[in-house]
Design a protein around this ligand. Sequence first.
Ligand code: PLP
Length: 404
Amino acid sequence: MKPIAPSARLAEVRYEIRGALARRARDMEAAGTPIVHLNIGNPGRFGFRAPAHLVDAIPAHLTHSDGYCQEQGIDEAREAIVARQHARGVADVDVDRVFIGNGVSELIDISLRALLGPGDEVLLPSPDYPLWSASTVLNGGRPRYYHCAAANDHLPDPEEMERLITPRTRAIVLINPNNPTGAVYPRALLERIVTLAARHDLLLLSDEIYDEIVYDDARFEPLAPLAGEVPCLSFSGLSKVHRACGFRIGWMSLSGDRRRTAQLRDALQLLSALRLCANVPAQWAVRAALEGPDTIGPLLRPGGRLHAARQAVLNGVAASRHLQLVAPRGALYAFPAVRADTLPTFDDSEFALRLLEEEGVLLAPGSSFNVEASRHLRLTLLPEPDTLRDVFARIERVLDRMSE
Ligand code: PLP
């Protein structure tokens, strides 16, 4: 009998952050080896709790949350998202242009499904957050990668972006602040990308899930206020800034010329309706999150846990013979690279496997993020600073052994 073959589209789809390496770590743990997990940006795993005012907002409404809600989300949450966008200077967002999903993950898929036909192209960053590439492929599209190289502080080059545009290009995806690199895009760069989108009739898709997570003097600039009439979908949610990724709540808001975006808006509503609605009880945390106190800022400033974790990573790299790093300016990751002068031939996947098997540390090799021939490693800044200090000693030991 013939095997049941999965869709051929899956041949191009990878999500290595939770792939073979992570499964190997699970097996090792089951066999009694303690593993330090640095591969996933899951705040709950590192002792962070969702702020109490988010948690408390849910039970008060549980008795009214047993039915499906409107496909785009409950009014109270969408109104709070509209108010946030107005405060940022995006006056043309209203509740009809806001969509709440089971995490930004679901909305990435819905937005690309609404947009793409077979063979349509999407400009994506390399490295990327791999769901963007996977969703592009699963919805019949083709990723075209613009490079965000360490030599350019992991920033995109709008001239390269423009060279990649073809008659099939439909959209530009930006991840800002960036996962995995920690880059935060300056306003002048964003303005150039908006100009490109305007010139070539492209939709802007701005993944801003780390919007309030910036370090030192870095400043996050939301794209929608700069995009003005240029059609733009902006994404954010509860998972990172509010440390509530288990709630599975994200949102996207549509801005720009109403005539040009009317059909897209209707398509997003239709696709939202097909999956009925997002988890209703957790939507009650949205207004609490957006109207409540700033709980992430204190973690990012001197004395805060994420500030100290980032410093531990910077110190670990500075003390290393093998590593170099463009200091992350935002988000929850560092993306160091192994220097070519101490290790001329380096395979990031082989290194990640050795680090796991020899030192019990799980991180994501750079090649998990759609980069060719990566010399990078991605680790999350969420652990305790002491754990990170210890991890750098273990990384150095493996790199020393590889360079012998
Ligand atoms: N976008 C980026 C850039 C991410 O890093 C993540 C999760 O790590 C997501 C989207 C998915 O977030 P959510 O938990 O809202 O589905």
